[in-house]
Write a protein that binds this ligand. Structure first.
Ligand SMILES: Nc1ncnc2c1ncn2[C@@H]1O[C@H](COP(=O)(O)OP(=O)(O)OP(=O)(O)O)[C@@H](O)[C@H]1O
Ligand SMILES: [Mg+2]
Length: 307
């Protein structure tokens, strides 16, 4: 078992009682060797003590979780971190408009001269006590998700037409993720939403952006990590006050921009690609571009920001 995934949580100040219970959970639910390979080993941690505590508390109580929030708010990073902390195999189940019950549960295939069930990811997670991440759950049609109703409530069963009913393994949990109100998303139906505990993911605070950037780019000079974090925070404030949309509030884009700087592209140009150009409205683009210019001179070279 990977103890060290809990060391980070301990250092972050996550309740010791919760962490003890997570350890007890791990000890109680043993893993088969074949499944151990599916337990994720996250490259980067999720920052946010309160969210960790709420999520761990919900999962320990046997509940399923729905993580809602803006783009790049760390929903998948957290889901992976939870599977790692609980030491459970993870199934990433990307939902899309044409996802149907068969793609989740399984399909009939012809093998060795007979019809057999080819198990889908929901069924596999259900059987071995895995954590199933129902990614972008509100992209799927509600009718396709109806097969999950009995799995996600007290019944904890999956009824497979033509086959047996499968009881969920006790350690199985489902974690839904969704962006609210984006193009292509739908309203999650109330009956489905009622089967989850919901965490609204906060925007990562400035100090944590700084830690995250230094974690990803260890040679980044701390004073520049601070500049990028402050820039991100200014964009957040402008977006929250309604001055600009949330398009430029894109931590993923900022991280990618710093990756380009590490390859020699000047910071201002890299940020244009990663952040500024995400705004399609020219007024908004100018506003964000001004925020960048106020912190980083156009002439600043990439070499200067790394040690
Ligand atoms: N609180 C946070 N802690 C750690 N990383 C974070 C946090 N918030 C955002 N990130 C970073 O943002 C990036 C995107 O994370 P992730 O893919 O989990 O986001 P998401 O919420 O699933 O986004 P989307 O809705 O666009 O799929 C990652 O590089 C991740 O490290
Ligand atoms: Mg995601």
């Amino acid at each position: 078992m990977r103890e060290e995934s809990l060391d980070f949580l301990r250092a972050e100040g996550v309740s010791a009682q919760l962490l003890d219970e997570v350890l007890a959970f791990r000890k109680y639910y043993k893993l088969e060797e074949a499944e151990a390979a599916r337990v994720p080993v996250p490259l980067y941690p999720y920052y946010g003590r309160e969210v960790w505590e709420e999520a761990i508390g919900a999962l320990l109580a046997g509940e399923h979780l729905l993580l809602t929030g803006g783009k790049a708010s760390g929903k998948n990073v957290l889901a992976e971190g939870l599977a790692a902390a609980f030491g459970r195999p993870l199934w990433d189940i990307s939902l899309y408009v044409n996802a149907d019950a068969a793609s989740l549960i399984g399909t009939d295939t012809f093998r060795d001269g007979e019809v057999q069930l080819r198990k889908g990811p929901v069924l596999r997670a259900a059987e071995c006590g895995g954590f199933g991440v129902l990614d972008e759950i509100n992209m799927a049609k509600n009718e396709s998700l109806a097969v999950l109703h009995a799995a996600l409530d007290f019944r904890r069963v999956i009824d497979i037409p033509g086959y047996d009913r499968v009881q969920l393994h006790e350690a199985t949990r489902f974690i839904g993720t969704m962006n609210y109100g984006y193009a292509g998303t739908r309203e999650l139906n109330e009956a489905l939403a009622s089967r989850f505990l919901v965490i609204q993911m906060p925007v990562i605070p400035e100090a944590d952006v700084q830690r995250l950037l230094l974690g990803k780019y260890p040679t980044l000079r701390p004073e520049y990590a601070a500049q990028f974090a402050a820039l991100f925070d200014e964009i957040r404030k402008k977006s929250e006050s309604g001055e600009i949309t949330s398009r430029a509030l894109d931590l993923r884009g900022m991280i990618a921009a710093i990756g380009m700087m590490a390859r020699g592209l000047s910071p201002v140009r890299a940020l244009r690609l990663g952040v500024v150009n995400k705004c399609f409205d020219s007024y908004e683009q100018t506003l964000v571009s001004d925020l960048v210019a106020a912190r980083l001179p156009e002439s600043l070279e990439a070499g200067r920001i790394f040690a």
